[in-house]
Write a protein that binds this ligand. Sequence first.
Ligand code: SF4
Ligand code: SF4
Length: 139
Amino acid sequence: MVRASSAVEEKIRHRCQDQCKARCCRYITVMLPAPKQKADFDELSWFLAHENMSVYVEGRRWHLEVRNRCKYLTSHNLCRIYETRPDVCRGYEPDSCEYPNRPAHALHFDTKDKFDAWWARKRERERRRRKRSTRRKRK
Ligand code: SF4
Ligand code: SF4
């Protein structure tokens, strides 16, 4: 998170404000229940029909990312409410945050088309698995 100028924390300020340009103040993420039914997958597809949305899976957890800058971020990449910022903002530390590398996720969709293609492949894999299973049971 970005702090208004402070001599003591100049190094941190430089990293957050000038190098990173307050990346963590430019999006939010919300954890989602893992999709199970058609309606769940359809809803994810719908999310991705909107601008500035991504869906990704970290470990086994599904997340929605909304890229939308915080209203309290100034044009100079500083936090206008630094002293009273939410706890979630305080959890970001330049020594342990995602900057400069964002974590790679096994699944990450930033468009509806990519998600729909993946979902279609997944349905096809499941259809084949069910077919094989049915064949095995008949033997
Ligand atoms: S992502 Fe890290 S380096 Fe960038 S502004 Fe947030 S805390 Fe600072
Ligand atoms: S409240 Fe401040 S620290 Fe938190 S996201 Fe907004 S600008 Fe960043």
